[in-house]
Design a protein around this ligand. Structure first.
Ligand code: ADP
Ligand code: MG
Length: 256
């Protein structure tokens, strides 16, 4: 459940400084299971650092981090957090370019197989079915045997989302998926994320407001600014919020 903002902030809100610079300041963020939440905010707002904190890449100076109510992420390392079902897609695709799309998904299945074992073990029919179903979801069935390196930029991003699905990620953290995509690829990425919402909990960080509007209809959008939540609400609400507009002034005419 989303709890209302309180002031002074709760002790469990997050703080993170880098050499004295406060990248995350009293950040409180709650996400419902199955929710698709978009996070926007100007460059340097702390969006990527926020994902780094969730995934254990960076540890907060103060605050608490809980997953599914029972898992305390604060005292877990990156691998343990990943094993709990928290998957992350970085801005630039990180697929195995010399392996086929199919193999990339196979390597991600279960998340724990070694590369060597995966490629030489005899494919079980349930694994094959699973990969085929993921290929369908990410719209790459006809590219299954292409080398991942030969895919278009957008397709690589979808493959990477597919790899998160193969890993059994329950929470998908997706950093600027539309960056570098054509309008059509962006739209299809939106459809893909919408099709995954509900079955997965998803945080999308994005700048492209057309895309944000596509995926956030009737959903909550969070605006980060200077490491804190500046505003949270429907996309119309945040886009017309004076403080949000102010924060973006001088960059773009409207929130992005
Ligand atoms: P965003 O993703 O919203 O653009 P970031 O989370 O990448 O913002 O960065 C927030 C601020 O924290 C920026 O000013 C950035 O320079 C700073 N920052 C992020 N990571 C580090 C780091 N490892 N060391 C020093 N400063 C960092
Ligand atoms: Mg970033």
């Amino acid at each position: 459940m989303n709890e209302p903002e309180t002031f002074p902030p709760r002790r469990r809100s997050l703080n993170k400084s880098f050499s004295g610079f406060k990248a995350i300041t009293d950040l409180s963020f709650y996400l419902d299971e199955g929710e698709l939440r978009t996070v926007i905010g100007p460059n340097g707002a702390g969006k990527t650092t926020f994902l780094d904190l969730i995934t254990g890449r960076t540890k907060p100076d103060t605050g608490t981090l809980q997953f599914e109510g029972t898992h305390d992420l604060l005292h877990k390392n990156e691998y343990e957090i990943y094993r709990l079902g928290i998957g992350r897609k970085f801005q630039t695709p990180t697929v195995y370019t010399d392996h086929s799309v199919f193999e990339n998904l196979l390597l991600s299945l279960g998340g724990s197989r070694s590369v060597w074992k995966s490629l030489f073990y005899r494919l079980k029919s349930e694994d094959k079915d699973r990969i085929e179903s993921i290929l369908k979801t990410i719209n790459l069935t006809d590219r299954a045997h292409w080398k991942a390196g030969a895919l278009a930029h957008g397709q690589k991003q979808w493959l990477e989302i597919g790899m998160l699905l193969a890993q059994n990620a329950k929470l998908l953290l997706v950093d600027e998926p539309a960056a570098g995509m054509t309008d059509e690829e962006t739209h299809r990425t939106g459809e893909l994320l919408l099709s995954l919402a509900g079955k997965h909990t998803i945080v999308v960080i994005e700048h492209d407001m057309t895309f944000v509007r596509q995926i956030s209809k009737d959903r909550r959008v969070t605006v980060l600014h200077q490491g804190s939540v500046l505003c949270e609400g429907s996309v119309d609400f945040v886009q017309s919020n004076e403080r949000v507009i102010e924060v973006y002034l001088g960059r773009k005419s409207k929130a992005a």
